[in-house]
Design a binder for this molecule. Structure first.
Ligand code: DGY
Length: 407
């Protein structure tokens, strides 16, 4: 594995654009929010200074509202759509107008635990806190963390979002030119109907000047996200622990975590026997269990009925936790978030398994993920049935989690 370690380090350094890392050349040529947090984790295994810089660069694009945008357009690149002109947020640097899963505090704590950097963490702490407050103020309903766009969930075309997507009106979305399908096989990407809806949501945000409260209250899409809810519970607890390590008072984030945990019943689907995505506008639950539910352990949520369902789902595939349950008709093993297994999500699930003391399961997940990478390379995601490598190659977060966890 030493050779692969070197390849992984090389991917991180060659995707480095000076203070930030692109997910992969071509397909994703800017800085992405949660990708960067994982990149920092990867860098921390060989360059602690560069790890902190990655997070600092991301937070340098934080909005005055506390939101940390999902894409930061540090430089121009025509190879991606929708670019800064479509988002039209008017910010400097140019950014998108939505956020992405708040994993930064979780990874900052892991990085600090392993390589130190207390003063860098101290400077980040108020920014992390402000971002978590933004989630609370601008993306919450029924006490649950919600997403106003599937891109905000990071799990773009997951069937979790099908109920909300069905109600998005695409009237007035004229012709446009996608770029993603020029970089990877269209069969591994979201469909045109998905993109029409994604753009309708962007249009709503642009038209209201990115008024996030309006987007939450009146936007075309708002769904409760079990993954972000679990991530935010964990991230708030980690922030409380960080505060303690810094000699500050972590009571506020600790209380936020408790409150959110108490609100979890709203996300419980009786028919799935699992926490599941739920449409805030209609109350409708997603029709499938996804890898989002498997992040429950991150938040210390251990539900026996759900764990049984998740174990059965895992046993239906050969490699890793699938993004969607193969037992449902919506399962497509190679289409982005409708079935593939994602090394980066497996790594995050593993953090939860470790916290829960599920050592054998954590080892199995690591073994299966490592095998995918050894056989297929540092791809974005993989077919969980036969291990086929999918999406972008030379992928930053796959290399990062190899170094920090899977190797
Ligand atoms: C994309 O363009 O596919 C991204 O996932 C959006 O963040």
């Amino acid at each position: 594995d030493e050779d692969l370690d070197a390849v992984a380090r090389d991917i991180l350094t060659s995707n480095d654009r000076g203070g930030y890392t692109i997910p992969t050349a071509g397909l994703y040529p800017f800085q992405w929010n949660w990708d960067s947090a994982f990149a920092a984790w990867g860098f921390s295994t060989f360059d602690a200074d560069r790890a902190w810089t990655e997070l600092e660069t991301l937070f340098s694009a934080q909005w005055t509202t506390g939101m940390v945008p999902h894409i930061v357009f540090h430089q121009e690149d025509d190879g991606y759509f929708p670019g800064p002109d479509v988002w039209a947020t008017g910010t400097t640097p140019a950014t998108s107008g939505i956020s992405q899963p708040p994993v930064a505090a979780i990874l900052a704590r892991l990085i600090h635990d392993s390589v130190g950097g207390t003063e860098r963490l101290r400077a980040l702490y108020p920014k992390l806190l402000a971002w978590h407050r933004w989630w609370r103020e601008s993306r919450m309903a029924h006490g649950i963390a919600c997403v106003a766009h599937p891109w905000e969930s990071g799990r773009d075309n997951c069937p979790d979002w099908d109920p909300g997507m069905a109600n998005v009106d695409t009237t007035g979305i004229g012709p446009y030119q996608r770029r993603d399908t020029g970089h990877v096989d269209a069969a591994m990407r979201p469909g045109k109907e998905d993109y029409d809806r994604y753009l309708a949501m962007v249009k709503f945000g642009r038209d209201c000047g990115w008024d996030q409260e309006k987007i939450r209250d009146d936007g075309p899409f708002l769904m409760g996200d079990p993954a972000i809810t679990f991530i935010l519970v964990r991230a708030n607890r980690d922030l409380a622990a960080i505060a303690e390590a810094l000699g500050e008072d972590g009571a506020v984030p600790a209380a936020w975590a408790d409150e959110m945990e108490a609100a979890l019943p709203w996300l419980w689907s009786e028919s799935l026997q699992a926490y599941a995505a739920r449409d805030v506008r209609t109350g409708t639950f997603a029709g499938t269990i996804s890898s989002g539910a498997a992040l429950g352990l991150l938040a210390g949520v251990e539900n026996a009925a759900m764990e049984e369902k998740l174990a059965a789902m895992w046993d239906r595939v050969r490699y890793g936790i699938p993004s969607n349950d193969p037992a449902t008709p919506s399962f497509e093993p190679r289409r982005y978030w409708r079935g593939p297994t994602w090394p980066v999500v497996n790594a995050l699930i593993a953090v939860g398994l470790k916290s829960a003391g599920r050592i054998a399961d954590e080892a199995r997940l690591r073994r299966e993920t490592a095998e995918l990478i050894r056989r297929g390379g540092f791809y974005e995601y993989f077919d969980p049935m036969d291990g086929t490598a999918c999406g972008g190659d030379q992928f930053t977060w796959t290399a990062a989690i190899w170094l920090a966890w899977a190797n």
